[in-house]
Design a protein around this ligand. Sequence first.
Ligand code: AMP
Length: 287
Amino acid sequence: MASMKTQIVRSVSQMQKLSRILAAKGKRIGIVPTMGFLHEGHLSLIRSAKKSCDVVVVTIFVNPAQFAPNEDFAKYPRDEKGDIAKIKSAGGDIVFIPKASEIYPRSFQTYVSVEKLSEILEGTVRPGHFRGVATIVAKLFNIVRPDVAVFGMKDFQQAAVLRQMTLDLSYPIKFIVAPTVREKDGLAMSSRNKYLQTPQARNEALCLYRALREAKKLVTGGMTKSEDIRKVMTGRIRTICPSAEIDYIAFNDFKTLDTMSSVTSNTVCSLAVRLHGVRLIDNMRLK
Ligand code: AMP
């Protein structure tokens, strides 16, 4: 479908109609759900979807249901024009930009909750967050009816929650988790990096990546106990960014999210840190 012009769709019924037509033509549909303000990380997901799909639908929706009242919903960065241009350049075929009033009409009352996997890590700090994420993605799956869905490792718990939802709700969708794209110096790309407004904040934000690299080095050197690794990482973060507040440094199985007291081949180390008024997350597979 390389010759197809990128199409902008704003209504649910139009998207449903288009998906049905494409499916009837035997086209393989990929979906890349996003909240917009796109960067190279998002674009890598589009390219990844493109490899196994005829048509890639990129959705842009800042989902109010996944933000708590004290979070950054209102000030979440938006750039629809820029996003559409980037999606075109990455080979996206359809941009679905639904209205909040159509996704969540006044009468809305049905939510999707992935119970166990949502309760830990980000879930302890952001209660209700994954219920909002699972609900919007279930709705997008129902509207777009994709064959393939691509999510980023950057949000590895989100990927685990949504993989479980895909299984539990019997969606016939191939679930792909694509690697985290980083800036040259290692900072994981994120729409929220825009909030790092001073050079000092930008520099000190590197403490997450540096701590993860340190963890990986320790594991390569033979250290396996999560608690020992966590201590070194905490010290590393404090040295780089003395004002940092660490929400958690965790060691979990990649798929089940079981807590790992020692590191094995499927262990992901993830962390959430607040610095200079910004909350950042990152993670790395340690072996
Ligand atoms: P968001 O717009 O932040 O909701 O992210 C939309 C999708 O892009 C999610 O699947 C994220 O995991 C993914 N994503 C965000 N940042 C990155 C990154 N740096 N590398 C790869 N994927 C990413």
